[in-house]
Design a binder for this molecule. Structure first.
Ligand code: FE2
Length: 373
C-alpha cells in the first residue's frame, strides 16, 4: 500500500494551514518506520484524518494513542471523574479499557460492554451565559468550549488525542454564531469537532504580544472543572464571563499546592520546533510574568487573554471536521485547541470513542531544550 498524505478539504476563504488526510498505513499492524511517518505527519499537520477505521477495537485505539507517549498510561482526567466536575456527565468509560471513553448523543442499547447507556452531547445552553434561544436551536449553535484535553491539575495534558466516529447522524448542517459583538458565523456540519491552530494564533500576534506569550506562564486553578462549575461561558466558547461565580476556597475540595499546574503560554512542537500559543482560558487562575510579578485579578487576566486569543478563532482559521463513520482523527493536543459544536435532537444518535492519556511530561516551553525530551 502506498502511503499518501494530502491536505484536508478546506472551504473557499479558509486560511486554515493545518490538517491532512493520511492513507496507506494499517495502524493495527504498522512497523516502527511507519509509525515514525505517522508521527511526523501528525506533528507537521497537527490534525490527521484516517478513513475507514471502523474495525479498530478500543484496545487497539488505546495502543495506537499510547504509541505517541509510551510512558503514559492513565486517562487524561485520572481514574475517575469527580461528580462535581462539569465533565462528569459527558464521559462514559469503556469497561475493559479505562483510557477510552464513549461520547456522543442519544440512547445506546449495547456497545463495547456497555448497555442501556444514555449519551449526552454537551449542549451550550448548560454552559453559556447567553445561549441561542430554544426556537432557533435547530439551525443555530455555538462553539461549546475551546479547550485543550486536560485535567489541568495533577496530570499533564495528553500529547495526542484520538477520536473515532462510530455512528454519525448525517445530513443536517447548522450555523455557528459567535454572538461576541461581531457578526461572525461559521457554517458547520451537525456535531462537528472544530479546531484552531495555536501555531497560527502565535504567528498572528504582534511582536509585543509574542514576547509576552513567550515569557509568561499561566497558573491553572486547582480542580478547575469544579472551581468553574457554576460560571458561564462567553458565547463564542472562548473563556468565562467574569461574574464572580467561581467556587470560593471553602467550597472547593482539598488540593495540594504541588499538583497545581503552571505552564508556559507558548508550547513548542517537538518536530517543527514552532511555537503555539496554548492557553486554556476557562481554567486559568493567574498569570506569572517574566519579572516574577503574579497577576491574579481574574477579570483582568481573562480580558487580556481574550484579546490575544480571539483573533485565532476567526472563521477563516477554523477547521470544522465533517465526520464520516469510520473516521479516526488524531490531533496534537499541544498544538491545536478544539471545541464540541452543535445540538442534536433526541432521536439523533451519535457514538464516538475518545482516547487520550495524561502525558508523561509537561508541554515543552519556548526555552526548553528539545534534546532532553
Ligand atoms: Fe476535547
Amino acid at each position: 500500500m502506498e502511503i499518501k498524505l494530502q491536505p484536508i478539504c478546506r472551504p473557499s476563504g479558509s486560511r486554515v494551514d493545518f490538517g491532512a488526510e493520511l492513507s496507506g498505513i494499517d495502524v493495527e499492524t504498522m512497523s516502527d518506520d511507519e509509525f515514525h511517518i505517522l508521527r511526523q505527519a501528525l506533528y507537521e499537520n497537527q490534525v490527521l484524518v484516517l478513513r475507514n477505521q471502523m474495525s479498530l477495537s478500543p484496545r487497539r485505539q488505546y495502543e495506537l494513542t499510547r504509541r505517541f507517549d509510551p510512558a503514559a498510561g492513565v486517562y487524561s482526567h485520572g481514574k475517575s471523574i469527580d461528580k462535581r466536575s462539569v465533565l462528569h456527565a459527558d464521559l462514559t468509560t469503556v469497561p475493559d479499557q479505562p483510557q477510552v471513553q464513549v461520547i456522543g448523543h442519544g440512547f445506546v442499547k449495547e456497545y463495547e460492554g456497555l448497555s442501556d447507556v444514555q449519551l449526552n452531547h454537551p449542549h451550550h445552553k448548560a454552559f453559556h451565559k447567553s445561549p441561542i434561544p430554544t426556537d432557533e436551536n435547530e439551525d443555530f449553535t455555538h462553539f461549546y468550549r475551546w479547550h485543550i484535553d486536560s485535567a489541568m491539575y495533577d496530570l499533564d495534558p495528553p500529547l495526542v488525542t484520538s477520536l473515532l466516529a462510530v455512528q454519525v447522524p448525517k445530513g443536517r448542517r447548522q450555523t455557528c454564531r459567535y454572538d461576541d459583538g461581531t457578526d461572525a458565523t461559521l457554517e458547520v456540519p451537525l456535531g462537528t469537532t472544530a479546531f484552531f491552530s495555536g501555531y497560527r494564533l502565535y504567528e498572528i500576534l504582534s511582536d509585543e504580544d509574542k514576547w509576552f506569550v513567550r515569557t509568561s506562564k499561566v497558573e491553572y486553578a486547582p480542580h478547575p472543572y469544579i472551581w468553574m462549575s457554576k460560571a458561564k461561558s462567553r458565547s463564542n466558547g472562548l473563556g468565562i464571563v467574569s461574574e464572580g461565580l467561581e467556587l470560593p476556597d471553602e467550597e472547593m475540595p482539598s488540593f495540594e499546592a504541588s499538583k497545581i499546574k503552571t505552564y508556559p503560554m507558548a508550547w513548542k512542537n517537538p518536530v517543527t520546533e514552532k511555537l503555539a500559543m496554548m492557553v486554556y482560558p476557562t481554567c486559568v487562575r493567574k498569570i506569572h510574568l517574566e519579572n516574577g510579578e503574579v497577576l491574579d485579578n481574574l477579570p483582568e487576566i481573562r480580558e487580556r487573554l481574550y484579546r490575544l486569543q480571539r483573533p485565532g478563532i476567526d472563521p477563516c482559521y477554523i477547521y470544522p471536521h465533517d465526520w464520516e463513520e469510520g473516521d479516526l482523527v488524531l490531533f496534537n493536543n499541544h498544538g491545536v485547541m478544539h471545541s464540541i459544536v452543535g445540538s442534536f435532537r433526541d432521536d439523533e444518535v451519535r457514538i464516538f470513542r475518545q482516547c487520550n492519556m495524561a502525558a508523561s511530561r509537561p508541554p515543552i516551553g519556548s526555552t526548553d531544550c528539545l534534546s532532553t525530551i
